[in-house]
Design a protein around this ligand. Structure first.
Ligand code: URA
Length: 426
């Protein structure tokens, strides 16, 4: 018989836990036999001492089997982002892939901390339904090739409980805990192949490339041990992605991108991730897949698919409200934009009402920011840097200025895609 106190002590000495011990602790917590305070202590021991690959794989397996494991009945590629600011990629990619005959049954999340969530964004579209039964998701994907929903069945209840506890015990940023949390959900959701957009930088969970590479290595390994091809794409999240930050503003930007008018960085990311997904699913060379993706962006096929999906999920695409008030914030000097702090912009958008501070907060989908300048751009004094969309909350102008750093010298455009990590490159 196991004893939670001994398990905590063992991990706090940095020793390797057995699968049976991990199972006892995690399932005991899910069933309510182990209280929050003891699970918090174990999480902190894991946070501080780490886990071996074997422990992380075992933890993933225990969490994966804590609930339903779906069989979608068709091949699909899942794309997952580890979370960033202005990241509306899924809203562009999912319909784009469906337009190219790649089935996407996508389970997405809500905003977390300063990062936005695809479900909150899509709910900015009047009437859009995200709570759909598994059978209806399957039918929708059979009919039109794509669905983006908030949940499909009772997946990974252990992750739900553990994640909520990690959020309030300072134990989120741990490689084994993040890897097992993400991979257990991906493996449970029935996708045959997994592409992870692993964000790195000021606005991301992983703030440096070295940690991000280690997280990628662990996730790719877990995916392959479970028989699912898994690829991690390490991408820059120092400045927000695209120009829009805030729920309805991001949907509008996703629509423009699908019409071929997207911001350069978002477009580049969509083409890179999309061509990887397509080449994986259709077994074609990436260069050929790039052509298909670029064409689907140019000829509006992806946009038509988005319209179809929004209609199927009862949304009104012609009715995406933005805030009543807006204000242009202008540069107070000339120069080149050296940095735009994604974390600060995300936090400010949250303060305007775009995100939550407690889990019961109701978000205001209509507020946020639109950037008019990005890192590397030249600005003249009084050029508009950013437009704030707001309602009743006051605009913290000084804090908004604080997000921008200038340089007198030219600044190179940042690299968007750092590295692609797959089994063969480990
Ligand atoms: N996203 C997740 O789903 N889990 C984590 O632990 C971190 C990011």
């Amino acid at each position: 018989m196991y004893n939670i106190l001994e398990i905590i002590e063992k991990k706090s000495k940095g020793l390797e836990l057995t699968k049976a011990e991990i199972d006892y602790a995690v399932m005991g917590y899910v069933n309510g036999d182990i209280p929050d305070y003891q699970m918090s202590a174990l999480l902190m021991a894991i946070y501080l001492k780490g886990m071996t690959d074997k422990e992380t794989t075992d933890l993933t397996d225990v969490m994966l089997h804590s609930g339903e494991v779906l069989d979608l009945g068709f091949d699909s590629v899942d794309k997952h982002s580890t979370g960033g600011v202005g990241d509306k990629t899924t809203i562009v990619l999912a319909p784009l892939m469906a337009a190219l005959d790649v089935k996407v049954a996508k389970m997405s999340g809500r905003g977390l901390g300063h990062t936005g969530g695809t479900i909150d964004k899509l709910e900015a579209i009047n009437g859009f339904q995200t709570d759909i039964s598994l059978d209806d998701v399957k039918k929708q994907v059979e009919d039109i090739g794509v669905a983006i929903v908030s949940q499909m069945g009772n997946l990974c209840p252990a992750d739900k409980k553990l994640y909520a506890l990690r959020d309030v015990t300072g134990t989120v940023a741990s490689i084994p805990l993040i890897a097992s949390s993400i991979m257990s959900k991906k493996l449970a959701s029935g996708a045959s192949k997994i592409i992870i957009d692993l964000k790195v930088g000021k606005g991301a969970l992983m703030t440096n490339l070295e940690d991000a590479k280690e997280l990628a290595r662990v996730m790719v390994n877990i995916g392959h041990l479970n028989g699912k091809e898994t690829i991690c794409v390490l991408t820059n999240m120092d400045e927000p992605l695209g120009n829009a930050v805030g729920n309805s503003l991001e949907v509008l930007e996703a629509i423009e991108t699908l019409k071929g008018n997207g911001p350069k960085d978002l477009n580049e990311l969509v083409i890179n991730l999309g061509s990887l997904m397509l080449s994986l699913e259709k077994n074609m060379p990436v260069e050929e897949a790039i052509e298909y993706v670029e064409n689907a962006l140019k000829n509006g096929l992806g946009y038509e698919k988005l319209v179809e999906m929004v209609k199927y999920q009862h949304g009104d695409i012609d009715n995406i409200p933005v805030s009543a008030k807006k204000f242009d914030i202008k540069a107070y000097q000339s120069g080149y934009i050296k940095s735009i702090d994604a974390l600060k912009i995300g936090e400010l958008a949250r303060k305007l009402g775009a995100g939550r501070f407690t889990k019961d907060d109701v978000i205001d989908p209509t507020v946020g920011f639109v950037l008019h300048k990005k890192v590397g751009d030249k600005v003249l004094k009084d050029d508009v840097l950013i437009t704030a969309y707001y309602n009743e909350k006051d605009l913290p102008l000084a804090d908004i200025f604080d997000c921008f750093e200038y340089s007198d010298e030219e600044v190179a455009k940042p690299t968007l895609i750092y590295e692609i990590i797959k089994k063969e490159t480990l």
